[in-house]
Design a protein. Structure first.
Length: 485
């Protein structure tokens, strides 16, 4: 018997139908599980190089043997290791079965695994019960299974890198696509590897339900929230924070405070969570946005900041504000004609450089974004909103996009906006997960008792309630605050 290995290793081998190389030919159960025809994946690798793709059969066997030997082992590697990481198709099937049993709270010992594989008709495909027995007999301990699992994943990511390089070469030869699209697809291919989130393919509902139950249980105990809190209590209570992978539309007529509220969201997320925030401003310059952020932070009117007419006691406040804002991970791009591909590329690079997930992406505003130019504006905007939703999902980040409202609002007696008021609204309404309408009654009714109050009207909420939240707005400081309880 051998102990769990920590060193890498590989063996020149034939390929089985599962698409991975195995060990030397022979009559053993182990060799039988590795024998077969060459796979498409292997053909891709061999077309690129005569070298054997990165692999470590001993490490794969050690992980599987550990799972069969120790009922607790699967829990230590399930979040790190995916079935696709195994080079042998037989090994992938064994590990996939172990994950299935584990997700259902069932044991993954030798007897249970053999029974399940036999019942589903896969036992002989993985080499029979003798192969599983061999895996157990060749494993001394599971003490290092975490490290060995990472080694298996490392070899997998290297194979993915080779495959991605091959794909980039193909993209380079494909002259039918615009260069901007080619660069985006090439970057996306490499970025997916850097995030260590390769596609898991079809996922059994049982696995999803297990993690869903854990989330529900955690939230019921008050130990977790569904999204990213923005420190506006009523809004957080209604939305459970901004949800990762959501497209969020903030809409309103001019002078309602759309840009102001998104700047507040950006600052709060960066300040509370220390996560990078990307601001794409197609309307205002980065200097204009910085003045607004300084007014918000210091409590000095933005107009006086622009003129430099500060009181003596305000200069220390300005210095403190600059120091505080300078420590926040807020990044601004003010190119006036950016498109989805360019924004996505910049976000990817920031994630790679910071080594963190993004906390928020803000786009001000939607109707100024550049499209392909080949469609009418409604179709073009439809492509843009779909692209923003895809970006939110790919980067796993809330994407907040500001949008104009049609002038039809002004013709009504009640000027509170509705979902149908979204300008060029069909695709925006369809693709958005959350729509927030901004309304200030004092703009239309100077004598209103709600002076200084901004209504944030949740008109669409894909996964929760709709309703209205109220915030105190201080326009001279571009600042929103919670109303006193």
């Amino acid at each position: 018997m051998v102990s769990v290995p920590l060193a890498g290793g590989s063996s020149t081998s034939e390929l089985e139908p599962g698409g991975a190389p195995g060990g030397p030919a022979g009559g053993s159960a182990s060799a039988g599980g590795r024998r077969g025809r060459r796979s498409q994946d292997a053909a891709e690798f061999e077309a690129l190089s005569d070298a054997v793709p990165p692999q470590n059969m001993e490490a794969e066997e050690a992980v599987l043997g550990g799972i069969l030997l120790d009922p607790e082992a699967i829990g230590r590697v399930a979040d790190v290791l995916q079935p696709e990481a195994f080079y042998l198709g037989a090994h992938r099937e064994i590990y996939r079965t172990a994950l299935m049993l584990h997700s259902q709270g069932k044991p993954t010992d030798l007897t249970a695994m053999c029974a399940w594989l036999a019942d589903t008709g896969h036992l002989e495909k993985v080499g029979g019960s003798a192969r599983l027995v061999e895996l157990v007999e060749r494993t001394l301990t599971t003490a290092s299974i975490d490290q060995v699992a990472r080694l298996v994943m490392d070899k997998y990511l290297r194979r993915q890198l080779i495959r991605s390089g091959n794909e980039v070469i193909r993209l380079g030869f494909d002259q039918s696509k615009p260069m901007e699209q080619v660069l985006d697809e090439a970057e996306q291919t490499i970025f997916a590897i850097s995030q260590e989130k390769p596609s898991t393919g079809l996922t059994p509902t049982a696995e999803i339900l297990t993690s869903t139950f854990e989330e529900i249980e955690s939230r019921s105990l008050g130990t977790a929230v569904a999204g990213i809190p923005v420190n506006f209590y009523d809004l957080d209570a209604m939305t459970q924070g901004l949800q990762r992978s959501d497209l969020i539309i903030v809409a309103g007529r001019p002078a309602m405070g759309k840009t102001a509220i998104t700047l507040n969201l950006a600052k709060n997320v960066a300040q509370l969570h220390g996560l990078p925030v990307c601001l794409f401003s197609l309307e205002m310059s980065k200097e204009q946005l910085t003045y607004r952020l300084l007014a918000m932070e210091t409590g000095i009117e933005s107009g006086r900041l622009r003129t430099g007419r500060l009181q003596q006691e305000e200069w220390p406040l300005l210095g403190q504000g600059i120091n505080s804002l300078g420590q926040l991970p807020i990044f601004i791009d003010d190119k006036p004609n950016s498109g989805v591909l360019e924004m996505r590329s910049l976000c990817r690079r920031l994630m790679a450089e910071s080594g963190k997930e993004l906390g928020l992406v803000v786009i001000d505003y939607l109707q100024l974004m550049e499209g392909s130019g080949s469609d009418n504006r409604v179709q073009e905007l439809s492509r843009i909103t779909r692209g923003l939703k895809q970006m939110a999902r790919e980067l796993n980040v809330p994407v907040v996009a500001l949008s104009q409202l049609s002038r039809g609002v002004e013709a009504r007696t009640n000027k509170r906006p509705m979902l149908s008021d979204l300008r060029e609204s069909g695709s925006i309404e369809q693709d958005a997960d959350l729509v927030l309408m901004i309304y200030r009654d004092e703009y239309y009714n100077p004598e209103t008792p709600d002076r200084g109050i901004t209504e944030v009207i949740v008109t669409k909420h894909r996964n929760g309630p709709v309703g209205t939240c109220k915030l105190l707005f201080e326009p001279q400081f571009t600042r929103f605050r919670n109303l006193a309880a």
